[in-house]
Design a binder for this molecule. Structure first.
Ligand code: GDD
Ligand code: MN
Length: 377
């Protein structure tokens, strides 16, 4: 049977005009913007062999349908529709890796970035002046006047932290608008985080000064249609990225958040225990069990809301996930006590044994939850 599937002759590779620039556009609910952006790209990149890859996270507004329609009419347009995943950085990385031109640019779909800078950015890459060109709001000629006070402050603070803590040299590492050589990017790609939204900062921090970078100014415009997807949770993502890069990728944000949620669980446990003993008058064993169930439940809810918000379980999957989480944590409890016990036997220091047990428990719970509860699809 398999015989028939084997190719009988080599298919020759056609030497069609291959693009010099791949433009990657992450989208989530940008239905009304994508066609306008496409038209603008076509106008500004006249005379350049380009392609555009939209990476859409299965937008409820059907952005991917609009892109698919454009792709039918213009083969320079492509659409990646991702299902079961969310995240700006991951979308950009996937789009870049799915394209082929020697130079790649990332630009938002909502026309806040100035696409007319693209030819200049490409020229700087082509003539070898730079390996990375950043569209910058914070150098002479650029601005972000459309930001409200709150957002401007947050952006400035994040930029300052990135510069001081990670030693980043450029003026606008928080920009989402940049162009890069493919070969440079592909070398760094395996070390980039797919979580979060600061792909440029990640790229710069991971390169550790090895990317020759030039900034070009641009004016950050107002969003055309729809609304921003960045909520206050992005601050956590940012912190996680800084931490990961500081520790050379030893701790991930997810693990950190998982452990923090676990820490909060301890308070839920003690609170429930207190209430069950004092006000419900339960015997200690039952009260302790109630505390454990309450803590596991609140941990599950918090992890689903925060730690795994890009893979949040919904509907019936919540119940299935919760049961699996109970099971995992129960085994984790035995792992915890077991490790604590064996450490204590060798070295009877109560806090060392306790901490070792707790660490074992949290590592177990984290590893197993990633496999069985918030499994990547
Ligand atoms: N595929 C995908 N998945 N795309 C996403 C997601 C996601 O989870 N979240 C946002 N996007 C897309 C949006 O559709 C838009 O095209 C682009 O990413 C930027 O998102 P916005 O929601 O418009 O972000 P912003 O305008 O508040 O912030 C942007 O500009 C800043 C300044 O340049 C982002 O690019 C920031 O990273 C950047 O710092
Ligand atoms: Mn935007």
């Amino acid at each position: 049977m398999n015989e028939a599937l084997r190719p009988t002759h080599e298919i020759p590779l056609e030497a069609a005009a291959s693009p010099i620039l791949s433009v990657v556009v992450p989208t989530f609910n940008e239905r009304d913007n994508v066609t306008k952006l496409y038209r603008k790209l076509a106008g500004t990149l006249e005379g350049v062999a380009w392609e555009v890859v939209f990476v859409d996270d299965n937008s409820p507004d059907g952005t991917w349908e609009v892109v698919r329609d454009m792709a039918r009419k213009d083969s320079r347009v492509r659409c990646i529709r991702r299902i079961g995943r969310r995240g700006l950085s991951g979308a950009c990385i996937e789009g870049i890796l799915a394209s082929c031109a020697p130079f790649v640019a990332v630009i938002d779909a909502d026309l806040q970035h100035d696409e007319t800078q693209l030819p200049k950015m490409l020229a700087l890459l082509r003539d070898g002046s730079a390996e990375l060109v950043v569209g910058s709001r914070y150098i002479e000629g650029g601005s972000a006047d459309s930001f409200d006070k709150h957002r401007a402050g947050a952006s400035a603070l994040a930029t300052e932290v990135a510069k001081r803590v990670l030693g980043v040299k450029i003026a606008d590492p928080m920009s989402g608008f940049f162009a890069v050589r493919r070969d440079s990017f592909e070398q760094l790609a395996p070390r980039l985080s797919t979580q979060g939204f600061k792909i440029l900062l990640d790229l710069i921090a991971t390169a550790r000064g090895r990317l020759r970078t030039v900034e070009v100014p641009y004016v950050f415009g107002s969003r055309l249609h729809g609304e921003s997807k960045l909520d206050s949770m992005v601050a956590l993502d940012f912190l996680g990225l800084v931490l990961a890069k500081l520790t050379n990728d030893a701790v991930s944000l997810r693990f950190l958040m998982f452990a923090m949620v676990g820490g909060a669980g301890l308070f839920v446990h003690l609170g429930t225990l207190f209430i069950a003993l004092r006000f419900v008058d339960l015997p200690f064993t039952e009260a302790q069990a109630a505390g454990a169930v309450a803590a596991m439940t609140s941990n599950f809810v918090l992890n689903n809301l925060l730690t795994y918000r890009d893979q949040r379980l919904k509907g019936l999957a919540i119940l299935r996930g919760l049961l699996a989480f109970y099971l995992i944590c129960s085994v984790g409890f035995f792992a915890n006590v077991g490790v604590a016990f064996s450490v204590y036997r060798q070295e009877p220091i109560w806090w060392l044994a306790g901490a070792a047990g707790a660490l074992m428990g949290v590592v177990w719970n984290y590893a197993m939850s990633g496999l069985f509860v918030w499994r990547k699809r």
